[in-house]
Design a protein around this ligand. Structure first.
Ligand code: BGC
Length: 903
């Protein structure tokens, strides 16, 4: 039928030769076998400096030179000093050789951990053949303050600068600072800022919980006089309060504690006002130089005031902090009116700019931030709504001055500068990208540039909306942890970034805001916007994000911690349902271009939540609950179909894309109608909307997987690569660099943020659909997973990888007529099903792995290391048009290069 592409073939042969040579090396080398574990984690964090968990969990990644490998046992040592650990002595905990095939959630079970202590650990493992690895490199964790009694200080305030001097008789051997400065703090010791965090601590419901941050300050203190200074901003707390404790161990072993209290001094500094929405006013003439150093004359300072405690539990902040992660050089500078300068940063993002200026004392420079421009070149701030979104800097007048705000951030692409003394240049302003500094762990690249642009735009929106909670948008007078937005984006975020510590924290925030009646709120932390009870498509963030974290990691503790709360939430929904249908709704399929009844959306989530709760109950061994919720789910599904499905038309409610994709996605459609409903969805997209989507927040999330499930990945691809309204391509064509809130191109004074992550939920499908990397719900945490890429249309390659708890999973394919290659990485301790697609009506299919044949004439050929079985393509036929034939292989860990050919 078709011939192989000869260049590809020769490239392939070269690759195969190199690879087979590489495989040959280990057998000659001493390094064959298990390699020392890497990526040691404690509570999802790398050598965390402050945790307040009495039984922290350890995780690591095993590596091996061979295939189909797994851990049969491990030995983990926890020591109270580096020296002891170096001597292989786990004086705190020595697990000995412990049989286990799971390196992801090992719960500490040694001597009780103590507050304000450092611990050191390492681990080795035995492979399935009983060969031991070397020990890993050491990692550490610091236990912060485990009990409220550990706190010695008082909550103080009285001004936005607080200071104290203290003398140390000796140099410190170990020193830690524990600080909760609300709304935000900047900690300074002996003239220098401590750490790289900004906009810290994370936002919480302050009367429930307040996060403190731990710093290793050993190197910042010295024998003799020292000074500590703390600046406070108001942020979401709308007031100021500081609790600080420095626990210092001197060279002799003596302990000294310095904490916030009435002997501190207070005076307002140069930050005249600060607000997250309105920005900062900074008068450099009010700077109190030297205030954070010893020997400063603070006679004019008032005693700090003891203030009311915010009222929440003090908890260690155990997630990546907000940091200045990147700088941006402006790409353009215009002068649309006399004295008005407009910088184009070339990218919409969250953060601020550094201003470099010199001029007369008292000169006032104003920076105003915007996402849009008018045709005149002036900034358009209509969509920023009530937020002033400006910083004002008043000069000292003593030469070159550099300023950026401390306690605010903006969402913007353009910066307007007025009041600048002289003429600003491109170098007068530098952008700084500021958000929760999560690590990138995934990647997605396709041969279609448009897909890469969409992926990039979504990444920007996802990241710049991480500000200790997932915000809806970073620019206008909102920036709330809207739960609907959070839930639709969360799976994509988990595939791209190391999100687990972040979501562990966010889920706890949800629990903190949960009512005694089980109700959840639309926004978390709750306040300012949204309602209680949450719209069910928003409240679902509680069970669904828990479920996704569990799926991605196999983390049982997160399910345990949230289980009772989720159950209460589900019971509340149950009480609100009438006739087993949950119909209350505020937003439903939010900002869709075609309306779907909110009741259908709410009821879909009622079913979804009940279903996942039954699965999580089963995972925890709560069989009675698992049974109750599984049965309830069936009842809800039947009621859903009765209420919303019309068998005559085979449509749900209004027959919109959302109306039909929701039940298709969860396989709720009565079997005999599934093909027809799928047909209606396809027709709606193709003929009624000329291959355009009409979905809002909820329906969009499931449109792509639902189409893929019914064999219409190519139609999903057509929608994804659409360039006219409504589509991501349309946004890009109109200059978007982040995802819009609305499909429409609006620039007026209403709700039309240019940087909302919720419509970026397609990103999960890039990994799962096009890349084909899919968790196995029955074996979470990638213990077993599925590689099932969608090879479609003009796509000639996709390369996707996910940094999982067991190691990196890669799926990288190329397609030339008649030849599909698929490179896969399966981590040690994982197994995978590899489903390699055939071309339509392909015959005489052969599959090679490396230089061996593994599939020929319809049969699996045994003998290739790691490949345990093969099953023939089963042509699934759905809704007439569709065929999806795949040859499936079961494999163990290792790197594989498959090549499927046929006629
Ligand atoms: C927010 C959304 C949110 C919605 C709820 C908007 O103001 O920006 O993203 O989910 O309200 O209706």
């Amino acid at each position: 039928m078709r011939r192989f592409h000869s260049t590809l073939e020769s490239v392939w042969i070269a690759v195969a030769v190199v690879l087979s040579a590489a495989w040959a090396i280990p057998s000659l080398s001493a390094a064959e076998g298990p390699l020392a574990p890497v990526n040691l984690r404690c509570e999802y964090l790398t050598s965390p400096v402050g945790i307040d968990v009495r039984q922290p969990r350890f995780a690591w990644i095993d590596r091996h030179t061979g295939r189909a490998q797994s851990q049969s046992a491990f030995q983990l040592l926890v020591a109270s000093s580096q020296e002891l650990l170096g001597q292989n002595k786990g004086d705190q905990w020595d697990t000995g050789k412990t049989a286990s095939d799971d390196p992801t959630q090992v719960v500490y079970n040694g001597k009780p951990l103590e507050s304000d202590h450092s611990y050191f650990w390492k681990v080795r493992y035995w492979d399935k053949d009983g060969n031991a690895s070397e020990y890993s490199r050491p990692a550490s964790f610091d236990v912060a303050l485990l009990s409220p009694d550990d706190w010695k200080g008082n909550w103080i305030g009285g001004a936005n600068q607080l200071r104290q001097e203290f003398t140390l008789a000796e140099a410190p051997r170990r020193a830690r600072a524990y600080i909760c400065g609300l709304g935000y703090y900047e900690l300074r010791l002996n003239g220098a800022k401590i750490g790289n965090n900004y906009l810290d601590p994370g936002w919480t419901t302050f009367d429930k919980r307040d996060l403190y941050v731990t710093y290793d300050i050993t190197a910042n203190l010295h024998r003799g006089a020292n000074a500590v200074g703390v600046m406070l901003g108001e942020a979401w707390f709308k007031s100021r309060a500081l609790m600080l404790q420095m626990d210092i161990e001197l060279a002799s072993g003596k302990h000294v504690t310095v904490s916030s209290g009435p002997t501190w001094k207070a005076k307002n500094g140069p930050i005249v006002s600060d607000s997250l929405w309105d920005g900062e006013v900074y008068d450099a003439r009010l700077e109190t130089t030297g205030w954070d150093q010893p020997g400063f004359k603070d006679d004019g300072w008032a005693p700090a005031q003891i203030v009311k405690a915010p009222g929440g539990v003090l908890s260690a902040q155990m997630m990546p902090p907000i940091q200045d992660v990147d700088s941006m050089v402006p790409v353009g500078l215009t002068n649309p009116r006399p004295g008005v300068y407009v910088y184009d940063m070339g990218q919409n993002f969250s953060g601020w700019v550094d201003l470099h200026v010199s001029g007369p004392r008292g000169a006032q420079v104003q920076l105003r931030f915007a996402e849009l421009l008018y045709d005149t070149g002036m900034i358009n701030r209509e969509n920023i709504r009530g937020a002033k979104a400006r910083d004002i800097y008043i000069l000292r007048g003593d030469g070159e001055e550099c300023y950026h705000p401390t306690f605010t951030y903006h969402g913007f692409r353009y910066v307007e500068v007025t009041g600048f003394p002289g003429t600003p240049s491109l170098d007068s302003v530098r952008g700084h990208v500021v958000h929760t500094a999560v690590k990138t762990t995934g990647s997605f690249v396709a041969s279609k540039p448009l897909l890469n642009q969409i992926h990039k735009m979504i990444r920007w929106s996802d990241l710049t909306n991480l500000h200790s909670v997932p915000t809806d948008c970073p620019q206008r007078n909102e920036r709330m942890g809207w739960m609907g937005d959070a839930q639709v984006s969360s799976e994509g975020l988990m595939l791209n970034f190391d999100m687990m510590a972040f979501y562990t924290n966010f889920l706890r925030d949800m629990r903190d805001d949960q009512g005694a009646d089980g109700t959840i709120t639309d926004t978390v932390p709750f306040g300012g916007y949204g309602s209680r009870p949450a719209d069910p498509a928003w409240g679902t963030a509680f069970p669904l994000i828990t479920w996704y974290v569990y799926q991605q990691t196999g983390d049982r503790r997160i399910v345990e911690e949230n289980y009772e709360g989720m159950k209460k939430y589900l019971e509340d929904l149950h009480r609100r349902a009438s006739g087993d249908v949950l119909s209350f709704s505020y937003y439903g399929d939010w900002v869709a271009t075609e309306k779907t009844p909110g009741a259908e959306v709410s009821d879909f989530y009622y079913y979804y939540d009940t279903l996942v709760l039954s699965k999580m109950a089963a995972a925890l061994g709560k069989t009675a609950d698992a049974e109750t919720y599984a049965q309830r789910a069936v009842v809800i599904k039947d009621a859903f179909n009765k209420e919303f499905f019309d068998p005559k038309t085979a449509n749900y409610t209004t027959g919109t894309q959302t109306a039909n994709d929701l039940p298709l996605f969860l396989d709720m459609v009565p079997k005999e109608y599934r093909g027809k409903v799928a047909g209606n969805l396809i027709n709606n997209i193709l003929y009624e909307h000329d291959t355009h989507l009409t979905t809002g927040l909820a329906g969009l999330r499931y449109l792509f997987p639902a189409l893929t499930q019914v064999g219409q990945a190519s139609l999903a691809y057509d929608l994804a690569t659409q360039t006219t309204f409504p589509s991501w391509g349309y946004m890009l064509a109109n200059g978007a660099t982040t995802v819009w809130e609305l499909w429409q191109n609006k620039v007026g004074p209403h709700m039309n943020s240019q940087n909302h992550h919720m419509m970026g939920s397609i990103d999960a499908w890039f990994y799962e659909g096009l890349g084909g990397i899919n968790v196995d719900p029955e074996q979470p945490g990638y213990r077993h997973f599925r590689i099932e890429p969608q090879v479609t249309r003009d796509l000639t390659s996709v390369s996707a990888s996910v940094g999982t708890v067991r190691g990196e999973v890669t799926s990288s394919w190329t397609h030339e007529p008649g030849v599909i290659t698929l490179q896969v990485d399966v981590p040690v301790n994982s197994t995978a099903t590899i489903a390699i697609p055939e071309e339509n009506e392909m015959t005489d299919v052969t599959v090679h792995e490396g230089d061996r044949t593994i599939w020929e004439k319809g049969h699996f050929v045994e003998g290739t290391p790691g490949v345990t079985s093969g099953t023939p393509a089963d042509a699934r036929k759905m809704s007439g048009a569709f065929q999806d034939r795949r040859v499936r292989f079961e494999v163990g860990s290792g790197h594989y290069v498959f090549r499927l050919t046929g006629e």
